[in-house]
Unconditional design. Structure first.
Length: 77
């Protein structure tokens, strides 16, 4: 009696052979990395880095502007 595939799935096949049922696992295909996923993850990392870095830089620039204006006003008096 030849093998008869009862259930065909992406992860396994249920096969009947000689009156018995066998589960035959299917080979797992490796997932390839798409360019769009790489670009999206890179963009996300850059965006998070900018959000973390720019508040510190903007506070530093505001403080330096403030002290520069105070220093200029002190010299002009």
């Amino acid at each position: 009696m030849p093998e008869k595939v009862i259930i065909h799935n992406s992860s396994y096949n249920l096969v009947e052979s000689k009156g018995r049922l066998y589960i035959v696992p299917q080979p797992v295909k490796p997932k390839s990395f798409k360019l769009s996923n790489i670009v999206a993850s890179t963009f996300t990392v850059v965006l998070c880095a900018c959000l973390l870095l720019f508040p510190a830089i903007s506070i530093f620039l505001l403080l330096s502007l403030l002290f520069t204006n105070i220093f200029k006003k002190g010299i002009n008096k």
